[in-house]
Design a protein around this ligand. Structure first.
Ligand SMILES: Cc1cc2nc3c(=O)[nH]c(=O)nc-3n(C[C@H](O)[C@H](O)[C@H](O)COP(=O)(O)O)c2cc1C
Length: 188
């Protein structure tokens, strides 16, 4: 059972990373093999919009988006984690979402059978951020609403979320639910 997390926060000791780690740790106790890709640690350029993806076997841009998208397609479960930046996903996450246009142009979707969403804001913008992520999930995955697990919460300073124990517990539950869902789907 392979669980991949894609993280849009550039703060390695920030709130999103902390919560994503909690979800992955919980899933691991149920046998999941976990991997976390923090987008800011790689080169994922914005899409250049030439829209000729379908004519090429790989994106013309030679950066890290290609292999990360391949992992997204192969994973049994995927967690998308992002802070709210200006009422939406972070720029790192948006660039990654835009680059998934390559998959769309090739008629490819992720085979993941469960998707987790973790969003952290200081005060405003969670709804709009969730809207963007849900549209991405509809496009890049083939999962029903009952296979999408969402946790959102509020925190400002890096790591501040650690003190929000109910939110941490809710996030661990997300990891557990994803692993259990994958087990019931027959993913070993
Ligand atoms: C550029 C930028 C834009 C932000 N925009 C918002 C926003 O629109 N709404 C909000 O509630 N918080 C906003 N924040 C605050 C972050 O969402 C908040 O600090 C969050 O905890 C960061 O998560 P992280 O520690 O995982 O990076 C913004 C922060 C930055 C740096």
């Amino acid at each position: 059972m392979k669980l991949l997390a894609i993280v849009g926060s550039p703060r390695l000791k920030g709130n999103t990373n902390y919560l994503v780690d909690q979800a992955l740790a919980e899933a691991k106790t149920l046998g999941a093999e976990t991997e976390k890709v923090v987008l800011s640690q790689y080169k994922v350029n914005p899409c250049l919009g030439h829209t000729e993806c379908a004519s090429y076997d790989s994106c013309r841009q030679k950066d890290d988006a290609g292999w990360i998208l391949d992992r997204l397609c192969e994973a049994d479960g995927v967690i998308l984690g992002t802070p709210v930046y200006y009422y939406n996903v972070s720029a790192q996450m948006k660039a990654f979402i835009d680059r998934s246009y390559f998959l769309y142009q090739h008629g490819r979707k992720s085979q993941a059978k469960a998707v987790g969403v973790i969003v952290v804001a200081e005060s405003l913008g969670i709804e709009d951020t969730l809207h963007t992520l849900k549209l991405f999930i509809n496009e890049a995955f083939d999962v029903g609403e009952d296979r999408i697990f969402v946790v959102t919460g509020y925190a400002g300073g890096p790591g501040e979320v650690k003190n929000n124990l109910p939110l941490v517990a809710e996030t661990r539950k997300l990891g557990r639910q994803m692993a259990e869902t994958l087990k019931t789907e027959g993913v070993g």
